[in-house]
Design a protein around this ligand. Sequence first.
Ligand code: NAP
Length: 287
Amino acid sequence: MIDRLAIIGVGLIGSSLSLALRQAGAVGHVVGYGRNQKNLEKGVELGVLDSFEASIKNCVQDADVVVVAVPLGAMQAVFAELKPSIKSTAVITDVGSSKGSVVSAARAEFGDALPRFVPGHPIAGTEKSGVEAGFASLYQKRRIILTPLAQTDQAATAIIDEMWTHCGAIIEYLDVEHHDKVLAATSHLPHMLAFALVHYLSGLNDHDEIFRYAAGGFRDFTRIASGDPVMWRDVCLANGNALVGLIGQYQQELDRVVSAINDGNADELLKLFGKAKSERDSLIGNC
Ligand code: NAP
């Protein structure tokens, strides 16, 4: 049970966490901070927040757990602002989609509070943003990756592990670098492909006609291109090295498809599509 939870950034991820903890009866008072007062008022109206504050200082000062759920590019400034005001026993966590940049920011800002910082990443989300996008079941049976550091206090990690367990999530542990490599492949690369495809098609002269005839496959493939541009800009900048390497390898894969088509190589195409289909079928069966 968390007596007082502070959420900095009351959007999809932060509000879903609050709703899930409330549903589980695992939180007392939830206080929020964001820049947009209307979003915070909506949070109170929707039962996401009990109250909100106009400054990070006031939001975190009595909190037992502080969850930082802002875009990656805003993490360091938020850490700097909350550090002087937190209780000495407060545990801090984040939900950022890339961990290397967040951990560097935490190392730069937290000093003696670093052991109470538990980096985290829920592998759950939608393409929607803001407090109204949140829902209590978002984390049910979804993985939450925690990437504690050598300095991280085990008791702090246990509190954050328990917090996500109350939300119905499955908790896993990875080291920071490994997290960023794996997530570049499974999440960040697919988002780049979807954004680039929609952007490319929208620049064609006959794009109106192309989009008019778009069917289920196009919708499935491009749903994630409706994700928040600020969030994805920040993910690219934060995890650029891993991502650019993968995009290069993916371009080679596309070249392989182009060669097979140009050569009329039916066997090669069948082999490639057959392997991809069986991999995806077994993956979806396991999800
Ligand atoms: P979101 O719905 O846009 O919410 C982010 C919130 O942060 C907004 O409500 C915004 O409120 C606040 N914010 C933005 N910039 C801020 C700043 N400079 N200072 C203080 N508050 C700020 O985004 P989200 O999807 O919840 O994502 C939040 C974090 O979760 C990101 O780090 C993202 O990488 C991570 N994440 C997202 C997903 C996903 O699928 N969406 C999945 C896993 C992890 P105001 O505009 O009112 O300030």
